[in-house]
Design a protein around this ligand. Structure first.
Ligand SMILES: [Zn+2]
Length: 337
């Protein structure tokens, strides 16, 4: 890992840097019973706590999933995440949608483990996973965790933050909604990194597809994977930054073991069997988008005729045109853009 500290502060980050964050937050504010179903509790974890914005489920000794439930506009966290506690360290997965969300996750880690987090892992650049990172840096300097992601994700975060820097007149002070934190500990995008927390070795596996750089967090015993946004469970995935062929390939490589439980980026904890239809759905979308492309139908029109076959499950659409992003992403990839 290489380290370099840098904070970026600016206004406007809330707008579009968020990718799925903004869309998930806004659309779920008017969530219906179908949305609730997608995020409803499943699986065999023990419920530790429930807040209006998220619940915490224990998945094993020192292992918790944070499952966000933003359907009523409780957008403090929005993305899922988790806490992994070993003898020598405590890891939090994700920075969440707001500074308040990050602060809540940090407090949960302290409550559940009696210790401050030593590591924070950011799976990808989107704002609903990263906006709250600064919460981990407040308080005692010696209690600041390493904030870990890939070099590519850090670059994308930095690029998007500078793109959206508002123009200010000379002498005008800029009002900042929250500080943007760029992760300071970078892991390789070409091979996995192992972090030893004492009695638990956590594998950070670089993947791609939801964005140009996604990290998954994987444990051998018990077998658990935090998938980041490579997996949306019961929710149609956001393709705004996707490389669709890689999304499908990453999911097939990652979802390959029957005994593993998967904590998705959004939606309830899932088993291997529950995610098989999701993989098939990704391929079905791809085949339809390719057929449209070959027929010369623009993605902007083709998506409107697309229907997910019932056998592949139900997917909450957090905005009515969410499928358009998928067809457009395929179109970009097929054009070689
Ligand atoms: Zn995302």
């Amino acid at each position: 890992m290489t380290c370099s500290h840098e904070h970026v502060t600016r206004r406007g980050f809330v707008n579009t840097c968020l990718g799925c964050g903004a869309y998930v937050s806004v659309a779920l504010a008017a969530g219906d019973t179908f949305a609730r179903k997608a995020f409803a509790r499943q699986g065999d974890g023990d419920l530790v706590t429930t807040e209006p914005w998220a619940r915490v489920e224990q998945l094993g000794d020192g292992l918790w999933a944070i499952i966000s439930t933003p359907w009523d506009g409780a957008t403090r966290t929005v993305s899922n995440g988790g806490i992994i506690a070993g003898r020598d360290g405590v890891m939090i997965i994700e920075g969440f949608n707001t500074v308040e969300g990050g602060a809540w996750a940090r407090e949960m880690a302290r409550k559940l483990t009696g210790r401050a987090p030593t590591h924070v892992v950011l799976t990808h650049l989107h704002g609903d996973h990263s906006n709250g990172l600064s919460a981990y840096l407040s308080g005692n300097l010696d209690e600041r965790p390493q904030i870990i992601t890939t070099d590519a994700t850090r670059k994308l975060l930095a690029e998007r933050s500078s793109e959206q820097q508002p123009e200010t007149k000379p002498g005008e002070t800029t009002e900042l909604p929250f500080p943007i934190v760029l992760p300071d500990a970078l892991v390789s995008a070409s091979g996995e990194t192992r972090i030893d927390l004492g009695d638990k070795v956590v594998r950070l596996v670089p993947r791609a597809g939801h964005t140009p750089s996604d990290l998954t967090i994987e444990l051998e015993s018990p077998r658990l994977v935090w998938t980041g946004d490579l997996v949306f469970h019961g929710v149609f995935p956001y393709y705004g930054d996707a490389i669709p062929s890689k999304l499908s390939a990453s999911c097939k490589a990652m979802i390959s073991d029957k005994s593993t439980r998967y904590v998705p980026g959004h939606g309830a904890v899932a088993s291997f069997d529950e995610l098989m239809p999701y993989i098939e759905m990704l391929d079905h979308v791809g085949e339809s988008a390719k057929r449209a492309f070959e027929a010369g139908t623009p993605a902007a029109a083709a998506w409107q005729d697309y229907e997910i076959p019932t056998r592949l499950g139900e997917y909450y659409r957090f905005r009515p045109d969410i499928v358009r992003y998928a067809f457009e992403a395929w179109e970009r990839e097929l054009k070689g853009q």
